[in-house]
Design a protein around this ligand. Structure first.
Ligand SMILES: NC(=O)C1=CN([C@@H]2O[C@H](COP(=O)(O)OP(=O)(O)OC[C@H]3O[C@@H](n4cnc5c(N)ncnc54)[C@H](O)[C@@H]3O)[C@@H](O)[C@H]2O)[C@@H](O)CC1
Ligand SMILES: Nc1ncnc2c1ncn2[C@@H]1O[C@H](COP(=O)(O)OP(=O)(O)O)[C@@H](O)[C@H]1O
Ligand SMILES: [K+]
Length: 514
């Protein structure tokens, strides 16, 4: 799914109006019908509804919603805030329609006027500013936003299209923004919805369809996108009947140190459950028995050190030796002992295939930045926000962080995923894809180690780095969602993500026909 900028959304609206039989006013009516239906599903007709409308088309949506709610028996009132001297044409048309049908439902609030005090249990609808926001809200408009946010403890706030004051494509840090419980948006996610810094403003997101031109959507390119099930099903390759373990690659997993053998176990189990043909783990002496018992399907190299690894580079010291492994996953629980840092440098001197670097492998790269230049092109880096900051520095806001993310992916020809609620995956062509599967139950130690195992397994099976990332991150979140559905977000642990990988794969398989 594409993420369009505010400008592209305006173009999509205009294209739809110009190239299909639908008028601008009809499009607004469709949007209002969809919002009204959502409100009616979530709040009964005894809920008083206060709809705050701006002077543009977002306010027009609000006026149309007021009329449609009244048609359904709701006590809905539109409060028109005169923050600008002129109203848009569709705003005016909807105001007239509402006034004609329900004369007492429209209330004007002149600039600097006072807001009504909503009845107890009233729902507040924010239709003040939409994607036409031209600058951060200030003065009276900012004041209204603050006043409505002060009512949040007692009232639900539903934002239409985008919380007022929130910029769709830029950072809104330290600017006045409505803090909605729900955002009902049209056709597309906006970039702002996916940024952690806007979590308190956006609340739960619901994307409503208003049938914008599929032609415009297909022919317009976007830098930001969201992965979806159809795309992942297209990437997924079912196993062929005559395949054997050699078909699915041999992966080398370098992980674990004293006290962190569990990270290696989780990663190894995930790698096996994702379908790798053969897996060999390199592990310090202290972890040997643990991993052999926990993951009997994996082979093992034992390091000469007891508590950390420092000789794993020997497995790839000649081209013939390196060729045994289709890929390498390195980092979970690895530690940053001097010998480990040294061995990672040696490994990067010899291994030239795309590989997966996570956790302590990334921390080692952060403290030796020149090593980053040695990482094979096309490799996958999987930092969480703290590891990202160590690698690429602090940023002022989430939009700047995305720029740094994609800038480094292009400059270094690496695929970098920044973990989070909506993991952002930056590819070497500068595009960024967001993943929407997953849940807060995955905020538990070891979830990232599982992801490293999944990605390593997919690379070993011959998926290219881009496909491995898109499919692997989706599958990781999906398996986490199955685990949460079965066990609850609280009770699920990282191992459960591994256990539910099977359910994730079943969901990816297209229906079987004979
Ligand atoms: N046909 C269409 O174009 C459709 C538009 N829709 C709605 O239209 C909205 C966009 O409408 P508009 O382009 O009219 O824009 P908005 O309604 O977002 O706002 C424009 C108005 O706000 C003023 N304004 C902008 N920034 C301000 C600020 N910081 N402080 C105070 N006033 C400010 C402008 O001067 C103008 O009067 C969407 O968000 C969506 O809600 C929907 O009805 C779907 C169809
Ligand atoms: N609230 C959330 N919603 C969706 N996914 C989440 C959430 N919290 C964590 N995750 C996912 O769980 C994983 C956590 O990784 P990481 O922080 O590296 O864990 P660890 O280092 O403990 O293995 C990431 O893939 C992240 O996207
Ligand atoms: K709004």
């Amino acid at each position: 799914m594409k993420i369009f900028t505010a400008q592209q959304i305006r173009e999509a609206d205009a294209y739809t109006i110009a190239n299909t039989p639908i008028s601008s006013l009809d499009l607004m009516e469709k949007a209002a019908i969809a919002c009204t239906a959502w409100i009616c599903r979530h709040y009964n007709e005894y809920t008083p509804v206060y709809i705050f409308c701006g002077m543009g088309n977002n306010g027009g949506d609000g006026l149309a919603i007021t009329r449609l709610l009244r048609n359904r028996g709701y006590e809905a009132h539109a409060y028109v805030l005169h923050h600008s001297s002129t109203a848009s044409a569709d705003h005016t048309a909807n105001r007239q329609a509402l006034q004609q049908q329900y004369p007492g439902a429209v209330h004007d609030i002149a600039e600097n006027g006072l807001l009504p005090r909503p009845d107890a249990h009233a729902l507040i609808v924010d239709a003040i500013l939409g994607t036409g926001l031209s600058r951060p809200a200030e003065g009276w408009t900012a004041n209204i936003i603050h006043q409505l946010n002060d009512l949040k403890a007692e009232h639900d706030i539903v934002a239409i299209d985008i919380p007022s004051g929130l910029q769709a494509d830029a950072s809104s840090v330290n600017t006045p923004v409505i803090k909605a419980d729900h955002t009902l948006s049209f056709e597309f996610y906006k970039l702002a919805f996916l940024l952690p810094e806007n979590a308190a403003a956006v609340g739960e997101i619901c994307i409503l369809t208003i049938d914008l031109s599929p032609e415009y959507i297909a022919q317009t390119t976007s830098r930001f996108n969201i992965t979806d099930i159809q795309q992942v099903r297209g990437i997924y390759r079912p196993r062929k009947a005559f395949s054997h373990k050699g078909t699915f690659g041999h992966a080398l997993l370098i992980a674990g140190s004293e006290g962190k053998t569990g990270a290696a176990v989780l990663s190894a189990k995930a790698c096996l459950r994702t379908g790798v043909g053969l897996l060999t783990c390199h592990i310090p002496k202290c972890g040997y028995e643990i991993i052999q018992i926990a993951a009997p399907g994996a082979m093992c190299f034992i390091d000469e050190q007891k508590d950390h690894s420092s000789s794993f580079h020997n497995h790839v010291s000649t081209p013939e030796a390196a060729a045994r492994f289709k890929t390498i996953g390195i980092g979970p629980g690895l530690g940053t002992a001097a010998g480990t840092c040294w061995a990672l440098e040696k490994l990067l001197d010899h291994y030239r295939q795309p590989m997966v670097l996570d956790a302590d492998a990334l921390n080692i790269l952060s403290s030796n930045p020149t090593l980053l230049n040695k990482v094979p092109h096309g490799s996958i880096l999987t930092p969480h926000p703290k590891e990202f900051e160590r690698l690429f520095g602090r940023t002022a806001n989430d939009v700047e962080r995305l720029q740094i993310l994609s800038g480094n992916a292009v400059k270094r020809q690496l695929n970098i995923l920044l973990k989070g609620r909506y993991t952002a995956m930056a590819f070497t062509d500068g595009s960024i894809w967001f993943n929407t599967t997953g849940n807060p139950g995955m905020a538990t130690g070891g979830s990232g180690d599982v992801l490293t195992g999944i990605l390593t397994s997919l690379l070993a099976q011959g998926y290219n780095s881009r496909d491995a990332m898109l499919m692997g991150v989706y599958l990781h979140g999906l398996s986490g969602d199955y685990a949460a559905a079965e066990l609850s977000e609280e009770a699920m642990i990282a191992e459960d993500i591994v256990e539910f990988l099977g359910r994730g794969f079943q969901h990816l398989r297209k229906p079987h026909t004979c």
